[in-house]
Write a protein that binds this ligand. Structure first.
Ligand code: PLP
Length: 475
């Protein structure tokens, strides 16, 4: 492709992006689920001869787009949001055009220094004290893995990487029984072993880890010859937004010399609003914290902010410095590949810079406050219907509910049918989870283009489809 074509196609792609976003409310949110449809439409062998861009672009529109779930749809209420505000899309285009590699300071000095500045802007925005450093990782899963490796190394006095785990006592890590599966995976990958992830029961309105049970488990493990390494606490779990008492967890950790990692992958964005910071009161005592601006801060996926109280511990765990990666003559510069599992790194700070400047913290706070308010209103409206129940109250903009008409029989089966029927209908997209042994339907408000009217469409759709299922049964 020559530069004239590159210019023309870049313009066409940008135009397509705008039209796509403008027309999203007309599309079904979730893709039609027809396994193999796209795969079978694609040639099974690669092309030998170059093909014209016109044809490639046409195939993109006819073969790929119809099979996509639309994460930028304002009525995407499933999982968690992954809002990509237009300034972050533009930044990503610029990053793609530069094709930058940000593994070392010298491979992209401005990218490294912008990342340092952006992490510090975010630190201030969410109210963490000075002294926390950080890095932008690809995902909360990677951030948590890096944290678990650091807690492992710290507990093993920095011998685990060299000696492996066999020569050492069995490690133990503690979390509630409601944390995200990225914690389980970090425990497997770090070699600690699933059996050594000790699940602490939860209770109370926020489904928090029971501090007394946590401390009792640590004491019992020490007495039994295990080596407790750390605790992974959660603020805003995926299923129902459960939230641990961070201060209580950190005080226990301090008494026993344990590392604390806080997973606030989704809810962390809301901490830009001072009135929500009570949810992680005491967080300044944690050793590391992760939250994803790519979830609820409108920054294009991927962008995960990983804060650490002591960057040296993270670097000591992950850094590897062969001659070909050394930056002679510039001692003391930050090489972010030493803070992450991967070596090659994307330039993620640019989109954060664009969004923070184009929206301002005020604009982002307004968006989050609206989402929280609209989710609360929707929960209130559903609760007022005689045949619906709110199972978990809104935690920020997330709650769960069930359709429970009198005499309905198997409510799990009915609610699974309901969520599938809603997603096939396409006006909104919701996902289910399990809570307290029941199948529940989750609702989260989080897309930057969402309006209050979209929450009203959610109410109408849920109620209409639920009652149509009941009527079907009667006829
Ligand atoms: N932690 C929580 C609480 C989450 O909700 C999620 C994803 O939804 C994750 C971790 C994993 O995030 P990522 O996809 O960035 O690895």
């Amino acid at each position: 492709m020559n530069n004239d074509d590159f210019r023309a196609w870049s313009t066409r792609a940008a135009q397509w992006g705008v039209d796509y976003r403008e027309g999203l409310r007309e599309r079904h949110v979730r893709a039609p689920l027809v396994p193999g449809k796209t795969l079978n439409a694609l040639p099974s062998v690669p092309p030998e001869k170059a093909e014209p861009m016109e044809k490639i672009f046409a195939d993109f529109e006819t073969l790929i787009v119809p099979g996509m779930t639309h994460w930028q749809h304002p009525r995407f209420f499933a999982y968690f949001p992954a809002s990509a505000a237009p300034p972050s899309v533009i930044a990503e285009y610029l990053v793609a055009a530069m094709g930058a590699q940000c593994m070392l300071w010298q491979t992209s000095p401005a990218a490294t220094e912008l990342e340092i500045r952006m992490i510090d802007w975010l630190r201030q925005a969410i109210g963490l004290p000075e002294g926390f450093g950080g890095v932008i990782q690809d995902s909360a899963s990677s951030s948590t893995l890096a944290a678990v490796l650091t807690m492992r190394e710290r507990a093993l006095e920095w011998h685990g990487n060299s000696q492996g785990l066999a020569a050492n006592k069995q490690l133990r890590v503690y979390s509630s029984n409601l944390v995200h599966t990225s914690i389980d995976r970090a425990i497997w990958i770090s070699g600690i072993g699933q059996e050594n992830l000790v699940r602490i029961p939860t209770h109370g309105p926020l489904q928090s880890m029971d501090p007394a049970a946590l401390e009792a488990a640590i004491v019992a493990d020490k007495a039994a010859g295990y080596l407790p390494a750390g605790i992974v606490a959660c603020v805003g779990s995926t299923s129902v937004g459960s939230t641990d008492n961070i201060r209580a967890v950190c005080e226990i950790a301090q008494r026993h010399g344990l590392y604390v990692h806080v997973d606030a992958a989704w809810a962390g964005s809301a901490m830009i609003c001072p009135e929500f910071r009570h949810f992680w009161e005491g967080v300044e005592m944690a050793d590391s914290i992760v939250f994803n601006p790519h979830k609820w801060l409108s920054v294009q996926f991927d962008c995960s902010a990983h804060f650490v109280r002591n960057p040296d511990d993270l670097v000591r765990t992950l850094a590897i410095k062969p001659e070909y990666l050394k930056t002679h003559g510039h001692d003391g510069v930050v090489n972010f590949s030493e803070w992450s599992v991967q070596l090659g790194r994307r330039f993620r700070a640019l989109k954060l810079w664009f969004v923070l400047r184009a929206e301002g913290l005020e604009g982002l706070r307004r968006m989050i406050r609206n989402h929280v308010q609209w989710a609360e209103k929707l929960a209130h409206r559903l609760n007022a219907e005689p045949d619906f129940e709110i199972v978990t109250q809104p935690m920020l903009s997330l709650f769960s509910f069930r359709y429970a008409p009198k005499g309905a029989g198997d409510l799990d089966a009915l609610n699974l049918r309901l969520v599938n029927a809603i997603n096939d209908d396409g006006r909104i997209y919701l996902t289910q989870s399990h809570f307290d042994g029941k199948l529940v339907i989750r609702f989260q408000a989080g897309h930057s283009d969402m309006t209050e009217a979209d929450a009203d469409v959610a109410f109408d759709t849920i109620v209409e489809i639920a009652r149509s299922l009941e009527n079907e049964k009667k006829t």
